[in-house]
Design a protein around this ligand. Sequence first.
Ligand code: NDP
Length: 561
Amino acid sequence: MPPSNSNNLSADGAVVDDAADVSKALRRRNTSATCGSDDSDSSDHAPPPSVASAQSSASSSPNLTPTSSVVNLTLKEAEKTTDKREKRRLSQLSQSAAFRKEVEVDARIKYEFGGPVGVTFLMAFFPALMLYMYICLLRQSGRLANPFDAALWEDGLPHVMPTMFAAKLYLGFSAFQVLTAMTLPGIVVKGLPVPSLGGRQLEYLCNGVATWYVDLAILAVVITTGVFDMADVIDNVGPIMSVAILTSFLITIVTYSVSVVKGTTHRMSGSLPYDMFMGAVLNPRIGKLDLKMWSEIRVPWKILFLISLSAAVKDHEMNAEIALEQGLPSTMDFMGLSLPIIRTSAPILFMLLAHTLYVNACMKGEECIPTTWDIFYEKWGYMLIYWNMAGVPFSYCYSTVYLSNRAAAGDPISHSAGFTAFLFVALLAAYYVWDTANSQKNRFRMQERGTYVERRTFPQLPWGTLKNPTYIVTRHGNKLLTGGWWGVARKIHYTADLVMALSWGLITGFESPIPYFYFTFFVTVLTHRVSRDMEHCKDKYGEDWDRYTKEVPYIFIPFVF
Ligand code: NDP
């Protein structure tokens, strides 16, 4: 966000110079909200000493609540703009009860994940767990070995040490993704009004599809020319993962430090580990590139896809060599064309399909992301940085790594045609529900806000956009969808996502528990997200939410749960 040169009103009524000062002012406003009266609920944490002292300085200021300070800021924004429509929007926003509610929620600091102690543990635990799992996959045939056995680490650590080659791959890929994100064409969509920016709406360039097609074109050239051996990716997952872990720590520290130095911090608790974990800055940007959205969309899923593509290429190369030794043909005739015979095993192809569907969905529906909770509310700290830059790509890939290791060891996983077909059908059916459920709700919300853009990105599935759906009108102003999948169960898209996650495990068989990590972990993540979201919606919509839950009583599976 480029700093504004015009003046704004701070929480204590003083005029401040730029966005950084506004952020500082809001920080003080937030601390007073944390420890203050009616905004905090009983589960909010007691303020640490640094917060308490900030509170006492804030309380000596004129008696402005967090809401009134943001309203002042919003009015100031309205004064500043020369665009008449924007002026009207901001003036209306400053009067809106719904926006005041958003301001309250945005200001509230509440310890999650066990507070400072819990997050410190998580920051150390996740990298250790990922290294352990990978070493077990690679060196223990997928068996869960004793993590306290020194021999396990002595044997495994050399296989996960960062290398220059791994650094070049990971950092080169990330830099290329920054470049394409900044330069390729796409649609521009607006986010939700940001309370800490006085209701301003940030713009997001959604060119994910263009970047994805460029990636695919480059990969097609790389694979057909052999200029780079794609198998190198799957053979170096351990070192690449370590580079990713180190990079995410570095980005966390740099982002935190820069935000503190520039004074662009937001909703700070005063606990260093907690603020490192949850993040210090809400909308980190390089020019127009929103780093939080970039890391969420452009890095994890594409790396996951690359790992599976690499495993598929390696498996094909190995099987093609064997086929050649056996005198089998390497090409087949198809409508007069001589096409290469793909010799990748069905389970590895399954993982490639699963990851392709996921990455493609993220790219084609990218315009729905700017209004999500992660972008609107969560800050860019260790939680999002680590998870997107290292956690998702290198822990959701265990099924692929396991299948690839087994194939390389000459003991490939295979199933009956019936079981394999069943899993393919289950994956595609779950994908359909997941894609269309997400799309129905997101498009409904976009239509409601007047930001809907019709897209033709592949594949547009039937029932992805609802025509004249039923809904509940809330006092908040937002409508709650009760039509389409959203009338069947409140979180049916989570159920579909979980079915896909389970299928990623089932395709590896039952000899190793590690490929089921993603499913197990995902159940925990989504359970946490459901309770957090239900709490958030109840808080936001009050009795209307109760009405909605009566109308759509099931959460995950209709008539069951
Ligand atoms: P949701 O898509 O369920 O979004 C929740 C928000 O939607 C609510 O806060 C509310 O926001 C709005 N909402 C809820 N009910 C309704 C309704 N009936 N009508 C209209 N709006 C409603 O959750 P997530 O953002 O967590 O998940 C999005 C997708 O991402 C899911 O499919 C999930 O499975 C997937 N996901 C995948 C992860 C992975 O690692 N693979 C991790 C996390 C998510 P409001 O009213 O404020 O608009």
